[in-house]
Structures are given as structure tokens and as C-alpha cells.
Design a protein around this ligand. Structure first.
Ligand code: SAM
Length: 133
């Protein structure tokens, strides 16, 4: 993959971000449901979601971790995060924090520890994906 960070960012800008859920959610909803329900995530877990996009993983995660768990979603597209924020407000989720950052350069010790890290449909499009691991 030879795309630069700016090229990837520009893909996930206005139009794509706005229509992402409508065009993508049905493709992966079943697989996400299967994968997350088979995961070892449990009630109360704190989960870091890399490349969270519009937050399509959040409902699946919340089903596993419950209201007592929490999620930190990281993405470098302000447009995708805006859609995620709308979803959080609409659903009245109070245990999700969003951070605008590049996951290849995200090392905020003040965030503390997480029980799990999740990245769906993200690693393959990160130009320097080794840095995100
Ligand atoms: C295909 S979307 C996947 C979104 C979500 N995980 C899902 O399953 O719907 C890829 C996301 O990765 C984000 N992304 C790509 N490279 C990134 C990086 N280096 N740091 C943060 N976010 C990144 C994009 O902005 C985009 O929101």
C-alpha cells in the first residue's frame, strides 16, 4: 500500500464520512456481530478502538462490555469522528471517548491501561501499519 497519510485522510473526508454507514454497514454487520460475540471481551472491559471511524463497532462492543465498560475511539479523520460523535449523542452513550489522533503516533501514557485493543477494517489502509501495532 503506497498511499500517504494525507491521501488516506482525504479519502475519509466529507462525502465518504457522511455516507460511510449507509454504504458500508450492511457489508460487515453480520461479520462484526459474529466476531465480537465470539471475542473474549467481558463486562467492564476498557477497550481502545484504533481507526474507529464512524463508530460502527461501538454497538457490538457495548453489548459485550456493558455500561460498566468503556471505549476510547481513535481516528485521524475529523469527519469520521464527527459522525461517531453524532451516533454517541443519538444513542446517549456515556462511556465512549473519541480522540483525534494518528494511531501510528499515539502513545499517550496518561490514558492508562486497556483490557483490549480493536481495529476493524483499519490496518490494511494505514500506510505505515507496523507503527500502529
Ligand atoms: C475503512 S474505515 C474503518 C472504520 C471502522 N473501523 C469500521 O469498521 O467501520 C478506516 C478508518 O481508519 C482511519 N485511519 C486510517 N489510518 C489511520 C491512522 N494512521 N490513524 C488514525 N486513523 C486512521 C480512517 O480515517 C478511517 O476512519
Amino acid at each position: 500500500m503506497n498511499q500517504t497519510v494525507n491521501e488516506v485522510k482525504s479519502i475519509y473526508s466529507g462525502f465518504v464520512a457522511k455516507h460511510y454507514d449507509r454504504s458500508m454497514s450492511h457489508f460487515f454487520a453480520r461479520l462484526k456481530k459474529k466476531a465480537f460475540s465470539a471475542s473474549s471481551l467481558k463486562k467492564g472491559d476498557r477497550v481502545l478502538v484504533f481507526c474507529c471511524g464512524t463508530g460502527l463497532d461501538f454497538p457490538h462492543l457495548l453489548k459485550k462490555i456493558g455500561n460498566e465498560g468503556s471505549i476510547v475511539g481513535v481516528d485521524f479523520s475529523e469527519f469520521m469522528l464527527k459522525q461517531a460523535q453524532k451516533k454517541i449523542e443519538k444513542k446517549k452513550w456515556t462511556n465512549i471517548q473519541l480522540i483525534n489522533a494518528d494511531v501510528t503516533n499515539f502513545n499517550d501514557a496518561s490514558m492508562g491501561k486497556f483490557d483490549a485493543g480493536v481495529c476493524t477494517l483499519g490496518m490494511s489502509i494505514i500506510p505505515d501499519f507496523y507503527k500502529a501495532s
